[in-house]
Design a protein around this ligand. Sequence first.
Ligand SMILES: Cc1cc2nc3c(=O)[nH]c(=O)nc-3n(C[C@H](O)[C@H](O)[C@H](O)COP(=O)(O)O)c2cc1C
Length: 446
Amino acid sequence: MTKPRKQVHLAVHFPGVNNTTVWSDPRSGSHIDFSSFEHLAKTAERAKFDFLFLAEGLRLREYAGRIHDLDVVGRPDTFTVLAALAAVTDRLGLAGTINSTFNEPYEVARQFATLDHLSDGRAAWNVVTSWDAFTGENFRRGGFLPADQRYERAERFMRTAWELFDSWNGVEVLADRESGRFVSDPAAGAFTHHDDHFAIEGRFAVPTSPQGRPVIFQAGDSDGGREFAAATADAIFSRHGEFTAGQAFYADVKGRLARYGREHEDLLVLPAATFVLGDTDAEAQDLAAEVRRQQTSGPTAIRLLEEVWNRDLSGYDPDGPLPDVDPVAGENTVVKGRASVRQHRDPFAVARQWRELAEAKGLSIRDLAIHVSGEQTFIGSPATVAETINRAVQEDASDGVILVPHITPGGLDEFADKVVPLLQERGVFRTEYEGTTLRSHLGLRP
Ligand SMILES: Cc1cc2nc3c(=O)[nH]c(=O)nc-3n(C[C@H](O)[C@H](O)[C@H](O)COP(=O)(O)O)c2cc1C
Protein backbone atom coordinates (compact mmCIF):
# COMPACT_ATOMS: atom_id res chain seq x y z
CA MET A 1 0.00 0.00 0.00
CA THR A 2 1.36 3.46 -0.81
CA LYS A 3 1.73 5.93 2.03
CA PRO A 4 -0.95 8.65 2.03
CA ARG A 5 0.46 12.00 0.96
CA LYS A 6 1.14 14.33 3.86
CA GLN A 7 -0.20 17.87 3.78
CA VAL A 8 2.42 20.63 3.90
CA HIS A 9 2.14 23.22 6.68
CA LEU A 10 3.28 26.74 5.81
CA ALA A 11 4.00 29.64 8.11
CA VAL A 12 5.82 32.94 7.87
CA HIS A 13 8.23 34.47 10.36
CA PHE A 14 8.15 38.27 10.50
CA PRO A 15 11.71 39.23 9.43
CA GLY A 16 13.75 39.67 12.57
CA VAL A 17 16.74 41.55 13.87
CA ASN A 18 19.42 39.26 12.45
CA ASN A 19 21.46 40.03 9.38
CA THR A 20 19.07 37.77 7.40
CA THR A 21 16.89 40.88 7.08
CA VAL A 22 18.23 43.14 4.35
CA TRP A 23 16.97 46.50 5.60
CA SER A 24 19.23 48.39 3.20
CA ASP A 25 17.39 47.03 0.15
CA PRO A 26 15.31 49.79 -1.50
CA ARG A 27 12.25 47.51 -1.32
CA SER A 28 12.49 47.21 2.48
CA GLY A 29 10.00 48.98 4.72
CA SER A 30 9.58 49.57 8.44
CA HIS A 31 9.75 46.70 10.91
CA ILE A 32 7.78 48.79 13.45
CA ASP A 33 4.86 50.32 11.51
CA PHE A 34 1.73 48.27 11.87
CA SER A 35 1.24 48.40 8.08
CA SER A 36 4.25 46.07 7.68
CA PHE A 37 2.81 43.44 10.04
CA GLU A 38 -0.54 43.81 8.33
CA HIS A 39 0.94 43.40 4.85
CA LEU A 40 2.79 40.21 5.76
CA ALA A 41 -0.21 38.75 7.63
CA LYS A 42 -2.62 39.50 4.80
CA THR A 43 -0.24 37.97 2.25
CA ALA A 44 0.05 34.82 4.38
CA GLU A 45 -3.71 34.62 4.83
CA ARG A 46 -4.38 35.18 1.12
CA ALA A 47 -2.06 32.22 0.48
CA LYS A 48 -3.92 30.11 3.12
CA PHE A 49 -0.89 29.81 5.41
CA ASP A 50 -1.26 28.09 8.77
CA PHE A 51 0.14 30.95 10.83
CA LEU A 52 2.33 34.03 11.22
CA PHE A 53 5.17 33.77 13.71
CA LEU A 54 6.81 36.46 15.83
CA ALA A 55 10.18 35.82 17.43
CA GLU A 56 11.13 37.84 20.49
CA GLY A 57 14.28 39.43 21.80
CA LEU A 58 14.02 40.82 25.28
CA ARG A 59 17.11 42.97 25.16
CA LEU A 60 18.68 44.85 22.28
CA ARG A 61 21.98 43.39 21.20
CA GLU A 62 25.24 45.21 21.90
CA TYR A 63 28.76 45.14 20.53
CA ALA A 64 31.57 46.51 22.66
CA GLY A 65 29.09 48.35 24.88
CA ARG A 66 27.20 50.03 22.03
CA ILE A 67 23.93 49.13 20.37
CA HIS A 68 24.47 46.81 17.40
CA ASP A 69 23.04 48.82 14.55
CA LEU A 70 24.39 46.95 11.55
CA ASP A 71 21.08 45.05 11.61
CA VAL A 72 17.54 46.22 12.25
CA VAL A 73 17.21 47.54 15.83
CA GLY A 74 14.01 47.76 17.89
CA ARG A 75 11.23 45.31 18.73
CA PRO A 76 7.56 46.04 19.22
CA ASP A 77 5.81 43.94 21.87
CA THR A 78 4.56 40.53 20.74
CA PHE A 79 1.11 40.42 22.37
CA THR A 80 0.18 43.91 21.29
CA VAL A 81 1.12 43.26 17.66
CA LEU A 82 -0.67 39.89 17.55
CA ALA A 83 -3.82 41.39 19.10
CA ALA A 84 -3.83 44.08 16.42
CA LEU A 85 -3.33 41.42 13.72
CA ALA A 86 -6.26 39.42 15.09
CA ALA A 87 -8.49 42.33 14.13
CA VAL A 88 -7.36 42.52 10.50
CA THR A 89 -7.21 38.79 9.73
CA ASP A 90 -9.82 36.09 9.89
CA ARG A 91 -8.24 32.62 9.76
CA LEU A 92 -4.47 32.99 10.00
CA GLY A 93 -2.90 31.51 13.15
CA LEU A 94 -0.97 33.99 15.34
CA ALA A 95 2.09 32.60 17.10
CA GLY A 96 4.08 34.57 19.66
CA THR A 97 7.41 33.75 21.29
CA ILE A 98 7.18 34.30 25.04
CA ASN A 99 9.92 33.46 27.48
CA SER A 100 9.32 31.20 30.48
CA THR A 101 12.43 32.38 32.31
CA PHE A 102 11.55 36.05 32.80
CA ASN A 103 7.74 36.05 32.85
CA GLU A 104 5.13 34.76 35.30
CA PRO A 105 2.51 32.11 34.43
CA TYR A 106 -0.59 34.03 35.49
CA GLU A 107 0.23 37.02 33.32
CA VAL A 108 1.24 34.97 30.29
CA ALA A 109 -1.80 32.65 30.54
CA ARG A 110 -4.09 35.67 30.80
CA GLN A 111 -2.55 37.25 27.71
CA PHE A 112 -2.70 34.08 25.60
CA ALA A 113 -6.27 33.30 26.67
CA THR A 114 -7.19 36.85 25.68
CA LEU A 115 -5.43 36.55 22.30
CA ASP A 116 -7.27 33.29 21.71
CA HIS A 117 -10.60 35.07 22.39
CA LEU A 118 -9.77 38.09 20.23
CA SER A 119 -8.74 35.83 17.33
CA ASP A 120 -11.51 33.22 17.74
CA GLY A 121 -9.07 30.41 18.42
CA ARG A 122 -5.91 31.25 16.49
CA ALA A 123 -3.33 31.75 19.26
CA ALA A 124 -0.04 29.86 19.62
CA TRP A 125 2.72 30.23 22.20
CA ASN A 126 6.34 29.50 21.36
CA VAL A 127 7.82 28.72 24.77
CA VAL A 128 11.49 29.73 24.92
CA THR A 129 13.93 29.55 27.79
CA SER A 130 16.75 31.94 26.81
CA TRP A 131 18.61 32.52 29.97
CA ASP A 132 21.60 34.80 29.72
CA ALA A 133 22.35 37.26 32.50
CA PHE A 134 22.56 40.12 30.01
CA THR A 135 18.88 39.65 29.11
CA GLY A 136 18.00 39.17 32.77
CA GLU A 137 19.32 42.61 33.66
CA ASN A 138 16.38 44.16 31.80
CA PHE A 139 14.18 42.42 34.34
CA ARG A 140 16.36 43.40 37.31
CA ARG A 141 17.09 39.78 38.11
CA GLY A 142 20.41 39.31 36.43
CA GLY A 143 21.13 35.74 35.45
CA PHE A 144 18.96 34.55 38.29
CA LEU A 145 18.27 31.15 36.78
CA PRO A 146 21.14 28.70 36.24
CA ALA A 147 21.16 27.32 32.70
CA ASP A 148 20.39 23.78 33.84
CA GLN A 149 17.20 24.92 35.58
CA ARG A 150 15.57 26.76 32.72
CA TYR A 151 13.70 23.72 31.34
CA GLU A 152 12.69 22.73 34.86
CA ARG A 153 11.12 26.15 35.27
CA ALA A 154 9.64 25.95 31.75
CA GLU A 155 8.01 22.62 32.58
CA ARG A 156 6.51 23.98 35.85
CA PHE A 157 5.50 27.15 34.00
CA MET A 158 3.59 25.13 31.38
CA ARG A 159 1.94 22.94 33.98
CA THR A 160 0.82 26.03 35.90
CA ALA A 161 -0.44 27.77 32.77
CA TRP A 162 -2.42 24.68 31.79
CA GLU A 163 -4.11 24.62 35.18
CA LEU A 164 -5.09 28.25 34.62
CA PHE A 165 -6.38 27.64 31.08
CA ASP A 166 -8.38 24.66 32.35
CA SER A 167 -9.75 26.40 35.45
CA TRP A 168 -12.92 27.56 33.69
CA ASN A 169 -13.43 24.29 31.89
CA GLY A 170 -17.12 23.52 31.47
CA VAL A 171 -18.18 26.74 33.14
CA GLU A 172 -20.66 28.69 31.09
CA VAL A 173 -21.17 32.41 31.05
CA LEU A 174 -24.96 32.46 31.53
CA ALA A 175 -25.64 36.17 32.02
CA ASP A 176 -29.13 35.07 33.05
CA ARG A 177 -31.18 38.17 33.82
CA GLU A 178 -34.08 36.18 35.35
CA SER A 179 -32.04 34.32 37.96
CA GLY A 180 -29.44 37.05 38.33
CA ARG A 181 -26.64 34.53 37.81
CA PHE A 182 -23.74 35.36 35.57
CA VAL A 183 -21.81 32.07 35.49
CA SER A 184 -22.99 28.49 35.80
CA ASP A 185 -20.53 27.54 38.52
CA PRO A 186 -19.42 29.80 41.36
CA ALA A 187 -16.11 27.91 41.50
CA ALA A 188 -15.15 29.34 38.09
CA GLY A 189 -11.46 30.01 37.64
CA ALA A 190 -10.37 28.80 41.08
CA PHE A 191 -6.80 27.50 41.20
CA THR A 192 -4.10 26.62 43.70
CA HIS A 193 -0.63 25.82 42.48
CA HIS A 194 2.42 25.17 44.62
CA ASP A 195 5.73 23.75 43.38
CA ASP A 196 9.41 24.58 43.71
CA HIS A 197 9.15 27.49 41.23
CA PHE A 198 5.64 28.89 41.65
CA ALA A 199 3.33 29.30 44.60
CA ILE A 200 0.16 31.00 43.44
CA GLU A 201 -3.55 30.76 44.10
CA GLY A 202 -6.69 32.68 43.34
CA ARG A 203 -8.99 32.88 40.35
CA PHE A 204 -8.10 33.00 36.73
CA ALA A 205 -9.60 36.07 35.12
CA VAL A 206 -10.33 34.87 31.59
CA PRO A 207 -13.15 32.41 30.75
CA THR A 208 -12.29 29.40 28.54
CA SER A 209 -11.11 30.56 25.13
CA PRO A 210 -12.09 28.93 21.80
CA GLN A 211 -9.05 26.61 21.71
CA GLY A 212 -9.10 26.01 25.47
CA ARG A 213 -5.31 26.19 25.47
CA PRO A 214 -3.19 27.92 22.83
CA VAL A 215 -1.17 25.71 20.47
CA ILE A 216 2.26 25.18 22.07
CA PHE A 217 5.54 25.57 20.15
CA GLN A 218 9.01 24.86 21.43
CA ALA A 219 12.27 26.10 19.88
CA GLY A 220 15.13 24.78 22.02
CA ASP A 221 17.60 22.40 20.43
CA SER A 222 19.47 20.89 23.39
CA ASP A 223 18.60 17.47 24.76
CA GLY A 224 16.53 19.17 27.48
CA GLY A 225 14.75 21.28 24.88
CA ARG A 226 13.88 18.27 22.73
CA GLU A 227 12.62 16.35 25.75
CA PHE A 228 10.48 19.32 26.81
CA ALA A 229 9.02 19.44 23.29
CA ALA A 230 8.27 15.71 23.27
CA ALA A 231 6.47 16.02 26.59
CA THR A 232 4.49 19.21 26.08
CA ALA A 233 4.61 20.85 22.62
CA ASP A 234 2.29 20.61 19.63
CA ALA A 235 5.05 21.76 17.25
CA ILE A 236 8.79 22.40 17.22
CA PHE A 237 10.34 25.40 15.51
CA SER A 238 13.69 23.91 14.54
CA ARG A 239 16.82 25.18 12.86
CA HIS A 240 17.29 21.96 10.85
CA GLY A 241 15.93 23.00 7.47
CA GLU A 242 18.55 21.11 5.45
CA PHE A 243 17.24 17.75 4.18
CA THR A 244 19.57 15.20 5.82
CA ALA A 245 19.90 17.07 9.12
CA GLY A 246 16.12 17.55 9.01
CA GLN A 247 15.47 13.82 8.70
CA ALA A 248 17.80 13.09 11.64
CA PHE A 249 16.14 15.73 13.83
CA TYR A 250 12.66 14.56 12.82
CA ALA A 251 13.41 10.94 13.72
CA ASP A 252 15.02 12.02 17.00
CA VAL A 253 12.14 14.12 18.34
CA LYS A 254 9.35 11.88 17.03
CA GLY A 255 11.17 8.96 18.67
CA ARG A 256 10.88 10.65 22.08
CA LEU A 257 7.07 10.90 22.00
CA ALA A 258 6.16 7.35 23.06
CA ARG A 259 7.84 7.92 26.43
CA TYR A 260 5.12 10.48 27.18
CA GLY A 261 2.25 8.39 25.83
CA ARG A 262 2.02 10.55 22.72
CA GLU A 263 1.55 9.60 19.06
CA HIS A 264 3.69 10.40 16.03
CA GLU A 265 1.25 13.06 14.76
CA ASP A 266 0.91 14.85 18.11
CA LEU A 267 4.09 16.87 17.45
CA LEU A 268 4.81 18.71 14.19
CA VAL A 269 8.35 19.56 13.10
CA LEU A 270 8.57 22.95 11.40
CA PRO A 271 12.06 24.20 10.56
CA ALA A 272 12.90 27.82 9.82
CA ALA A 273 13.72 28.23 6.13
CA THR A 274 15.03 31.03 3.96
CA PHE A 275 14.40 31.16 0.22
CA VAL A 276 15.29 32.92 -3.00
CA LEU A 277 13.16 32.58 -6.13
CA GLY A 278 14.12 33.24 -9.75
CA ASP A 279 12.53 32.59 -13.11
CA THR A 280 15.05 29.78 -13.59
CA ASP A 281 17.21 27.82 -11.15
CA ALA A 282 20.34 29.52 -12.52
CA GLU A 283 18.87 32.99 -12.05
CA ALA A 284 17.83 32.09 -8.50
CA GLN A 285 21.38 30.92 -7.70
CA ASP A 286 22.79 34.28 -8.89
CA LEU A 287 20.19 36.21 -6.89
CA ALA A 288 20.87 34.07 -3.81
CA ALA A 289 24.61 34.83 -3.97
CA GLU A 290 23.78 38.53 -4.27
CA VAL A 291 21.45 38.40 -1.25
CA ARG A 292 24.13 36.67 0.83
CA ARG A 293 26.55 39.50 0.05
CA GLN A 294 23.87 42.05 1.03
CA GLN A 295 23.33 40.17 4.29
CA THR A 296 27.02 40.01 5.16
CA SER A 297 28.67 43.38 4.67
CA GLY A 298 32.34 43.86 5.63
CA PRO A 299 31.49 45.21 9.12
CA THR A 300 28.94 42.39 9.62
CA ALA A 301 31.63 39.83 8.74
CA ILE A 302 33.98 41.35 11.34
CA ARG A 303 31.21 41.18 13.97
CA LEU A 304 30.58 37.54 13.13
CA LEU A 305 34.24 36.77 13.76
CA GLU A 306 34.15 38.72 17.04
CA GLU A 307 31.45 36.31 18.26
CA VAL A 308 34.12 33.62 18.11
CA TRP A 309 37.29 35.61 18.83
CA ASN A 310 35.78 37.54 21.77
CA ARG A 311 38.04 40.51 21.03
CA ASP A 312 37.90 43.74 19.05
CA LEU A 313 38.77 42.93 15.42
CA SER A 314 37.68 46.27 13.96
CA GLY A 315 41.25 46.93 12.77
CA TYR A 316 41.11 43.99 10.36
CA ASP A 317 40.31 44.36 6.67
CA PRO A 318 37.15 42.35 5.80
CA ASP A 319 38.65 41.71 2.37
CA GLY A 320 41.91 40.46 3.89
CA PRO A 321 42.94 37.23 5.62
CA LEU A 322 41.57 35.91 8.93
CA PRO A 323 43.12 37.21 12.20
CA ASP A 324 46.33 35.44 13.19
CA VAL A 325 45.68 36.10 16.90
CA ASP A 326 43.83 33.52 18.99
CA PRO A 327 40.36 34.00 20.54
CA VAL A 328 40.12 35.24 24.11
CA ALA A 329 38.86 32.46 26.39
CA GLY A 330 35.79 32.84 28.62
CA GLU A 331 32.38 34.44 28.35
CA ASN A 332 32.05 36.77 25.38
CA THR A 333 32.43 40.37 26.55
CA VAL A 334 32.41 41.98 23.11
CA VAL A 335 29.18 40.55 21.68
CA LYS A 336 26.12 40.60 23.93
CA GLY A 337 22.59 39.34 23.43
CA ARG A 338 23.21 37.19 20.35
CA ALA A 339 22.03 33.60 20.60
CA SER A 340 24.60 32.37 18.08
CA VAL A 341 27.47 33.18 20.46
CA ARG A 342 26.46 30.15 22.49
CA GLN A 343 26.78 27.89 19.46
CA HIS A 344 30.54 28.42 19.42
CA ARG A 345 31.16 26.40 22.53
CA ASP A 346 34.80 25.80 21.66
CA PRO A 347 35.99 29.07 20.06
CA PHE A 348 39.57 27.80 19.63
CA ALA A 349 38.41 24.85 17.54
CA VAL A 350 36.07 27.07 15.51
CA ALA A 351 38.84 29.61 14.85
CA ARG A 352 41.24 26.86 13.79
CA GLN A 353 38.64 25.32 11.49
CA TRP A 354 37.75 28.67 9.90
CA ARG A 355 41.42 29.54 9.30
CA GLU A 356 42.02 26.17 7.64
CA LEU A 357 38.93 26.59 5.48
CA ALA A 358 39.91 30.14 4.48
CA GLU A 359 43.42 29.04 3.57
CA ALA A 360 42.27 26.00 1.59
CA LYS A 361 39.72 27.98 -0.43
CA GLY A 362 41.52 31.35 -0.51
CA LEU A 363 38.71 33.14 1.35
CA SER A 364 38.82 36.63 2.82
CA ILE A 365 37.14 37.38 6.16
CA ARG A 366 33.97 38.43 4.34
CA ASP A 367 34.00 35.40 1.99
CA LEU A 368 34.46 33.12 4.98
CA ALA A 369 31.62 34.79 6.91
CA ILE A 370 29.32 34.34 3.91
CA HIS A 371 30.44 30.74 3.53
CA VAL A 372 29.89 29.71 7.15
CA SER A 373 26.56 31.54 7.37
CA GLY A 374 25.30 29.00 4.85
CA GLU A 375 23.18 29.14 1.74
CA GLN A 376 19.49 29.90 1.76
CA THR A 377 17.41 26.78 2.46
CA PHE A 378 15.46 26.90 -0.82
CA ILE A 379 16.91 28.39 -3.99
CA GLY A 380 15.35 27.92 -7.40
CA SER A 381 12.45 28.47 -9.74
CA PRO A 382 9.00 28.25 -8.15
CA ALA A 383 8.70 24.67 -9.48
CA THR A 384 12.02 23.63 -7.95
CA VAL A 385 11.21 25.22 -4.60
CA ALA A 386 7.71 23.70 -4.48
CA GLU A 387 9.14 20.28 -5.23
CA THR A 388 11.96 20.63 -2.68
CA ILE A 389 9.54 21.60 0.09
CA ASN A 390 7.15 18.80 -0.84
CA ARG A 391 9.93 16.22 -0.88
CA ALA A 392 11.14 17.32 2.57
CA VAL A 393 7.64 16.83 3.94
CA GLN A 394 6.86 13.54 2.18
CA GLU A 395 10.23 12.07 3.18
CA ASP A 396 9.94 13.09 6.82
CA ALA A 397 12.57 15.81 6.98
CA SER A 398 9.77 18.08 8.28
CA ASP A 399 6.00 18.59 8.40
CA GLY A 400 6.26 21.98 6.71
CA VAL A 401 8.29 25.16 7.01
CA ILE A 402 8.36 28.50 8.75
CA LEU A 403 9.58 30.83 6.01
CA VAL A 404 11.85 33.72 6.89
CA PRO A 405 11.80 36.31 4.06
CA HIS A 406 14.74 38.70 3.79
CA ILE A 407 12.62 41.72 2.85
CA THR A 408 10.06 43.40 5.17
CA PRO A 409 7.15 43.34 4.49
CA GLY A 410 6.91 42.28 0.81
CA GLY A 411 9.29 39.32 0.99
CA LEU A 412 6.52 36.72 0.94
CA ASP A 413 4.54 38.12 -2.01
CA GLU A 414 6.32 36.18 -4.75
CA PHE A 415 6.21 32.91 -2.80
CA ALA A 416 2.48 33.35 -2.22
CA ASP A 417 1.83 34.07 -5.88
CA LYS A 418 4.14 31.53 -7.50
CA VAL A 419 5.00 28.63 -5.16
CA VAL A 420 1.76 28.13 -3.23
CA PRO A 421 -0.35 27.44 -6.37
CA LEU A 422 2.12 24.70 -7.36
CA LEU A 423 1.80 23.00 -3.97
CA GLN A 424 -1.98 23.29 -4.30
CA GLU A 425 -1.85 21.72 -7.79
CA ARG A 426 0.02 18.78 -6.29
CA GLY A 427 -2.77 18.36 -3.75
CA VAL A 428 -0.44 18.82 -0.78
CA PHE A 429 -1.57 22.26 0.39
CA ARG A 430 -5.07 23.58 1.13
CA THR A 431 -6.89 25.82 -1.33
CA GLU A 432 -9.30 26.97 1.40
CA TYR A 433 -9.22 26.94 5.18
CA GLU A 434 -11.38 24.12 6.44
CA GLY A 435 -11.59 24.99 10.11
CA THR A 436 -11.46 28.25 12.00
CA THR A 437 -8.84 27.48 14.66
CA LEU A 438 -5.07 27.14 14.35
CA ARG A 439 -5.31 23.72 15.97
CA SER A 440 -7.56 22.69 13.11
CA HIS A 441 -5.22 24.13 10.41
CA LEU A 442 -2.37 22.10 11.92
CA GLY A 443 -4.44 18.91 12.04
CA LEU A 444 -3.92 18.64 15.79
CA ARG A 445 -6.39 16.93 18.06
CA PRO A 446 -8.68 19.36 19.92
C1 LIG B 1 14.76 28.19 15.39
C2 LIG B 1 14.90 28.81 16.76
C3 LIG B 1 14.29 30.04 17.01
C4 LIG B 1 14.38 30.63 18.27
N1 LIG B 1 13.77 31.84 18.50
C5 LIG B 1 13.90 32.45 19.70
C6 LIG B 1 13.34 33.72 19.95
O1 LIG B 1 12.71 34.33 19.11
N2 LIG B 1 13.51 34.28 21.16
C7 LIG B 1 14.20 33.67 22.15
O2 LIG B 1 14.30 34.22 23.23
N3 LIG B 1 14.77 32.47 21.94
C8 LIG B 1 14.64 31.84 20.75
N4 LIG B 1 15.22 30.62 20.53
C9 LIG B 1 15.99 30.05 21.62
C10 LIG B 1 15.41 28.76 22.21
O3 LIG B 1 14.09 28.73 22.35
C11 LIG B 1 16.06 28.36 23.49
O4 LIG B 1 15.70 29.23 24.49
C12 LIG B 1 17.54 28.34 23.30
O5 LIG B 1 17.81 27.70 22.10
C13 LIG B 1 18.19 27.64 24.44
O6 LIG B 1 17.66 26.37 24.56
P1 LIG B 1 18.42 25.09 24.07
O7 LIG B 1 19.64 25.03 24.88
O8 LIG B 1 17.46 23.95 24.30
O9 LIG B 1 18.71 25.24 22.59
C14 LIG B 1 15.12 30.00 19.28
C15 LIG B 1 15.72 28.77 19.01
C16 LIG B 1 15.61 28.17 17.78
C17 LIG B 1 16.26 26.83 17.55
